[in-house]
Design a protein around this ligand. Sequence first.
Ligand code: RET
Length: 138
Amino acid sequence: PSSLCGTWDMVSNVNLEGYMITLGISCYLRKIAQKLKQRKVIEQQGDLYIIKTISTFRNYVFSFKVGQEFEEFTQGLDNRHVMASEICSLVTWEGNKLVCQQIGEKKNRGWTHWIEEDKLHLELYCEGQVCKQVFKKN
Ligand code: RET
């Protein structure tokens, strides 16, 4: 599959609001997050992936190895923690899609990244809410 690596600028962002509500993110933070043009920087160092969500307000960075469970702390988002494995995340390839399941307190939470027509697509989902984002190469 084509590489996800690179710097990607947001072109569309549908239903971030619904996704953030299911995560219990405050109204104040949701209003800020809505207005941000996010940038996604995806890097690969050997089998380690680093995904950076960059904005003028706050960044969210995490890293993982495909196929290896990892503990995630969604700092600055909904601040769910790893202690007692509240969230345990696992990223795998499903065909050309990079798929993450975030197993924890929230049901049916995760995301999927893939490339389609030179665009980076990201679907974020949680408890029936789906946020759909598209990024173009910077
Ligand atoms: C920002 C700004 C501060 C408030 C919120 C944000 C949301 C970030 C999200 C990032 C998700 C990243 C994922 C990447 C997967 O590859 C923009 C940091 C709420 C929802 C899942």
